[in-house]
Design a protein around this ligand. Structure first.
Ligand SMILES: Cc1cc2nc3c(=O)[nH]c(=O)nc-3n(C[C@H](O)[C@H](O)[C@H](O)COP(=O)(O)OP(=O)(O)OC[C@H]3O[C@@H](n4cnc5c(N)ncnc54)[C@H](O)[C@@H]3O)c2cc1C
Length: 425
């Protein structure tokens, strides 16, 4: 595997200090906004950048722009808890997320950029003997689809996660777990930077600080986007604006089945290696936590949404307390640690918890949205599939179930509705 990033020795860092800004090579170079493109992608998060990259790489489209009102990586793509997995129960979901996980496995090589995929395993914990069959059902569905899943009894779980032993210190009993070994974490900003760099190298214009404020139409088609830098003609438009999708609906005059909710995450001070996997836990009081340890040593934790629609990025204390409570129930060792930082992002929640990849209102306007808790792990699959959809005009089979019409026909993909163990991050 060849990575183009330099190795920085103490000497090279010293040289950089005196050589000034010219020493650091930008990952992608600034471009000037053109007046017309074949495809304009709105939103330089993971989904927008991956879509643009695949449009250029797989479909040979060179006149592609990605416009963002802020900076690359400042949205949710750089705010998540970095968990990737494909262990969903519903076939539409597990095949789609498995496609993404397979692409993550080779993404560093494909982008020639180290995204630090760490297949450390994702462990869903069962608290009672009643929970185990629910996890077993999910595991069986996955195995029948050729996706790895293992049901662990308590002894096997404690072997896999030594931090969970000894049993007597735990406040609540644990009955077992479902493990997906190939699940794990991927460095989130590296994913944004890697796609941005690779897309720019293929000629995609990435324009930051350029907000799309409207869509021009003529004869039933979209013709251009209005931006804070003026109008830009577009053959096709892709909206990949995550938490801002409700506003896009308003812009297009189409109410979308999406609400924007806050999701928080937090990280402790760094400690020595304690946890080399991802634990997902829903406590008896329904407080939820997913816990992993970052490469820097901090314990990263996340939980439920804050539970009310908002575009602010200021989380509420009660959710922070909930997540910490659940994490300490699971791993009492964390009790004495200091929280270093906590932050929030705006999540585009659909009413069934599954994403939307479809045309919206006009034949040449495409929507990539509704990622809920799963929008990071899905990036490589949605990027490739949306690019194919946009380039060919036909939705690939992999994403056909994620259309808007399911809210009219009632064919919802309600993954959390299938059992008391909603799988989230
Ligand atoms: C705390 C937290 C933890 C999470 N943990 C996980 C996890 O562990 N695993 C997982 O799979 N998912 C996780 N998620 C969800 C995941 O991060 C998001 O679903 C995903 O990043 C959304 O897609 P994106 O990367 O394209 O979005 P974003 O990075 O938000 O990109 C959207 C971009 O659109 C731009 N934009 C919006 N409106 C306009 C406009 N009008 N004009 C121009 N630009 C515009 C924004 O500036 C933004 O940069 C988490 C989310 C949060 C907040």
């Amino acid at each position: 595997m060849k990575f183009s990033s330099r190795r920085y020795s103490a000497w090279s860092l010293l040289r950089a200090r005196f050589a000034g800004a010219g020493y650091w090579r930008p990952l992608w170079s600034g471009r000037t906004l053109q007046t017309a493109y074949d495809v304009v992608v709105v939103g330089a998060g993971g989904h927008g950048l991956a879509t643009a990259y695949h449009l250029a790489r797989d479909h040979g489209l060179r006149r592609v722009a990605v416009l963002d009102k802020g900076l690359v990586g400042y949205g949710n793509v750089g705010r998540n808890t970095t968990i990737v997995r494909s262990n969903y129960l519903l076939p539409e979901n597990h095949y789609f997320y498995e496609d993404a996980l397979r692409r993550y496995e080779t993404l560093s090589r494909d982008l020639n950029y180290n995204v630090m995929y760490s297949p450390r395993g994702v462990v869903d914990i069962a608290l009672s003997d009643d929970d185990l069959p629910v996890l077993a059902r999910r595991g069986n569905a996955l195995r029948m689809a050729g996706i790895d899943a293992e049901l662990l009894d308590v002894a096997a779980l404690e072997r896999f996660v030594p931090a969970l032993a000894p049993r007597r210190q735990r406040r609540f009993q644990i009955a077992g777990a479902l493990l997906q070994r190939r699940g794990g974490t991927v460095r989130h900003d590296a994913v944004a930077w890697g796609y941005a760099r690779a897309a720019a190298a293929l000629g995609v214009d990435i324009i930051e600080h350029c907000e799309v404020t409207g869509v021009h139409t003529q004869g039933g088609s979209a013709t251009a986007v209005e931006t804070t830098h003026g109008a830009v003609q577009a053959g096709r438009i892709v909206f990949a604006t995550a938490g801002h999708t409700g506003l896009v609906g308003r812009m297009l005059g189409v109410p979308l089945p999406i609400e924007t909710h806050l999701l928080q995450a937090m990280v402790t001070e760094p400690i020595k290696p304690l946890l080399d996997t991802v634990l997902v836990y829903v406590g008896p009081g329904h407080a939820e936590s997913y816990v992993s340890q970052s490469d820097r040593g901090g314990i990263v934790m996340g939980g439920h949404l804050d539970g009310f629609p908002s575009y602010t990025r200021e989380g509420r204390w009660h959710r922070l307390e909930d997540v910490v409570q659940a994490s300490v129930e699971l791993l009492p060792q964390l009790g004495g640690l200091k929280l270093l930082r906590h932050w929030a992002g705006t999540n585009d929640m659909t009413m069934d918890g599954s994403p939307l990849m479809d045309r919206v209102r006009y034949d040449n306007v495409f929507l990539n949205a509704g990622w809920c808790y799963g929008g990071f792990k899905s990036i490589p699959a949605s990027g490739a599939a949306m690019a194919r959809f946009v380039a060919s005009g036909t939705a690939p089979d992999l994403i056909r179930a994620f259309g808007l019409s399911r809210f009219a026909t009632g064919h919802l993909l309600d993954e959390p509705g299938y059992g008391p163990y909603p799988v989230r991050l």
